[in-house]
Design a protein around this ligand. Structure first.
Ligand code: AMP
Length: 392
């Protein structure tokens, strides 16, 4: 079956076409700056990437070009060759605990979640509607970032705030990156031939979250009501005392939205280092002796290490710790530093094994109390596999 995996943002659209169940990637690409004057797209096929300029006034233009590229590159011979389209949807609220075939009811429910994810859900829904119009006979599936975390217990997803806020407005921990956490969990279970593993997965990228999973059930995850909470990220603060918001509003004469924007876009590695949100720049800064880059990285590693210790307690002893996403898969320095910070748990990172990027690898030494692995994530494949399972 040929399944298209789609991630539509407000001004971008990423896609990958898979052949399933073989898990073969046929073509992928990204449309960028949709609606702007300098829009363009890039396509990668047989390892070769080409970038093309194109007038992309709307998502519909991007979808039309996408279909044309699939036909011209002969990855499909007609639209009938496409068996399904899987869409990333950031927020499914309390309503979705797994992926679903999209119908009017699902779209309505996803629209009700817009107030919980005002930036992401409208773009995701726009992508779905555009594909439904362009490919009316192809099944469309929604895969939610929040769905995997719906198994959390109430005492773990509620905040210590008036209970009515939860009842009336749905104020609770939802968690995000669920598709990635689920993919990594499934992959490590397959690798170790055990589907009852107790895993602490560290998804550390530009956005970061940790997740404690026992036999497929999520016990806890670091992101919360929104993806702002948890560990320090590229530009996001992670956990802060809410009282900082009115304090800075007064001091800097800012609105609440402006301060929350600062917490989302001007904090984290960028805010602390004053240099960059990108950990490669932070690592370069550290090599040059930049103290604030060192501080930013130390803070990130400590916040991850502290959550690992907490999750090890919640899991009553983890079987495996996994690292994934941009930094988790590629930053040798960060993995080693986090490993050192959890040595009290008996974890030992092997320097030589850890000297690797982007590959499924055991990076702990044989006498480590908990084995530590790199498991590259693949959210696109997970979206395609869910779609395949639902429509086959
Ligand atoms: P993601 O959001 O998963 O794409 O991750 C993006 C983050 O991964 C950025 O901060 C990158 O700097 C970081 N990253 C990617 N490659 C490397 C690398 N080789 N070394 C250190 N950090 C990396």
């Amino acid at each position: 079956m040929k399944i298209l995996s789609v991630n539509a943002g407000s001004s971008s659209l990423k896609f990958t076409l898979f052949e399933l169940p073989e898990k073969k990637e046929l073509i992928n690409g990204t449309f960028e700056k949709i609606g702007l004057n300098d829009s363009f797209y890039s396509i990668k096929i047989n390892g070769e990437k080409t970038k093309k300029e194109a007038s992309l006034k709307s998502h519909a233009d991007a979808v039309n070009i996408l279909i044309k590229e699939l036909l011209e590159n002969k990855v499909i011979s007609s639209l009938e060759d496409l068996d399904g389209v899987g869409h990333r949807l950031v927020h499914g609220g309390n309503k979705f605990s797994k992926s679903v075939i999209i119908n009017d009811e699902v779209l309505e429910a996803a629209e009700e979640c817009i107030e919980l994810a005002p930036i992401h859900n409208p773009a995701n829904i726009l992508g779905i509607r555009t594909f439904m119009k362009a490919l009316p006979n192809v099944a469309q599936v929604a895969v939610f970032d929040t769905a995997f975390h719906q198994t959390m217990d109430k005492e773990d997803y509620l905040y210590g705030v008036p209970y009515e806020w939860y009842q009336k407005y749905g104020v609770r921990r939802y968690g995000f990156h669920g598709t990635s956490h689920r993919y990594v969990y499934k992959t490590i279970c397959e690798e170790l031939k055990n589907d009852k593993l107790k895993v602490i997965n560290c998804h550390i990228g530009n956005g970061s979250s940790l997740c404690a999973i026992d036999s497929g059930k999520v016990l806890h995850t670091t992101m919360g009501f929104t993806p702002l909470a948890g560990v320090i990220m590229g530009t996001r603060s992670g956990d802060v005392d809410a009282s900082i918001i009115p304090f800075i509003m007064k001091k800097e004469n800012k609105t609440c939205e402006e301060v929350v924007n600062d917490l989302n876009k001007k904090s984290g590695l960028l805010g602390i280092s004053g240099v960059s949100s990108d950990s490669r720049d932070i690592e370069d800064g550290i090599k040059e002796g930049n103290e604030r880059c060192q501080l930013a990285n130390d803070m990130l590693c400590k916040s991850v290490a502290n959550y690992i210790a907490m999750y090890n307690n919640m899991l009553n002893g983890a079987d495996v710790i996994t690292f994934t996403a941009g930094l988790g898969e590629n930053s040798i320095l960060t993995r080693e530093a986090i490993g050192n910070l959890i040595s009290s748990l008996g974890v030992k990172i092997d320097k030589e094994r850890n000297n690797v990027r982007g590959k499924m690898t055991l990076i702990s030494s044989d006498d480590s109390s908990i084995p530590v692995y790199i498991v590259p994530t693949n959210e696109e494949l997970m979206i395609a596999e869910d779609t395949y399972e639902l429509i086959k």
